[in-house]
Design a protein around this ligand. Sequence first.
Ligand SMILES: Cc1ncc(COP(=O)(O)O)c(C=O)c1O
Length: 430
Amino acid sequence: MKTDKSKALYERAVTLMPGGVSSPVRAFRSVGGTPLYFREARGARFVDEDGNEFLDFCLSWGPLILGHAHPAVVEAVRVAAGRGLTYGACCRAEIDLAELILSAFKGRERVRFVSSGTEAVMTAIRLARGVTGRPRILKFEGGYHGHSDSLLVKAGSGLVTFGLSSSAGVTPAVAADTIVCPLDDEGAVAEAFALHGDTIAAVIVEPLPANNGLLEQRVEWLRSLRELTSRHGALLVFDEVISGFRFCFGGYGDAVGVRADIVTLGKIIGGGMPVGAVVGPAAIMDKLAPLGPVYQAGTLSGNPVSLAAGIATLRELSKGLAYDTLEELGAALARGLAAHGSDLPFVGFRRRGSVFWFHLAPGEAPRRADRIDPDAGRRYNRIYHAMLERGIYLAPSAYEVGFFSTAHTVADAERLAAELAQALRAAEHA
Ligand SMILES: Cc1ncc(COP(=O)(O)O)c(C=O)c1O
């Protein structure tokens, strides 16, 4: 595979930007080597600056549920851009997208648009603190909710711990207001509430944790969060930045019958453009400025061009066929791995619909961050470049999930399975 042009661009980039990138995982640090530079993308494929074509299973980390450059989305963006890039004033697109989102989140009455998932979560946390008058939040080990200070916090050594900052620049005081518990453990959350219940404003969790592997949770565990938060007067925040509109036209939490007080969205609702949103009932959401005392604002919030991409994407999804197609693709991958990797002990993976994660170790894929086998990550890193050579682009980190889009085909899913099994086999014999 030729990479001369990508390498030359990277050499320039590192002199201009920290690590040469605008977001750290793109730097290929965990899989080694230097990042590829892309010049165009359509459907399930994208092409780098050296002309190499890849089947893309990273899909910009989740937003591109219809694939790259879907014609309806591109046309909507083109038309909107021709009418002005930003107004800094109210526009019809805000209402159209809010109506589409609320039609999918029954019983919720308000949406606040922001420009990223990070901002959506940051707003939800401030809102929860403002509504309850309490300082603390409870998150789970391995949960990523964007890069705001109070969420860049990891677990300390105990079962229920006050957080330690996982980034320089986050003060111990901020980290101390975040309590961290392990996933899949009712007892730990109950203990946290028994000890600190009257200070906890909110529990925040991805109902389908998909940022540190795909750590699918038991529905009973999600229900226990609902029950404990209600009992102690705390809010339950479902971070659905990945899962919102990914498995059905709406939220994953609602689909499994557990209803959060606040839902945060991003990725798919922007169709590849920067959009995030906070969704909830009027009684909570109307505490946001200008009606309430919780301040939040944004120069480019509700941007007409970004929202046009989101509207076009949700309109396509609302036709209803996409989710069957996506499930079929995920199922084809599972079948393919079973067929092609039957002689390999470690073609382990977890899948929900069109989201999948390779846990390349023997046995059941885990549900908790601390149970992820480090050898699974090492194995992934060893075959990463072999997959690129085979024309398959996966997320450049063993802990990130893969996605299908409606632009993929069953043959693409089968190819992924076959190439992965072959790459693993070759690595074992190397
Ligand atoms: C669950 C979750 N929440 C929040 C975020 C942050 O979103 P953004 O990267 O748009 O700021 C992410 C990003 O991957 C995410 O997966």
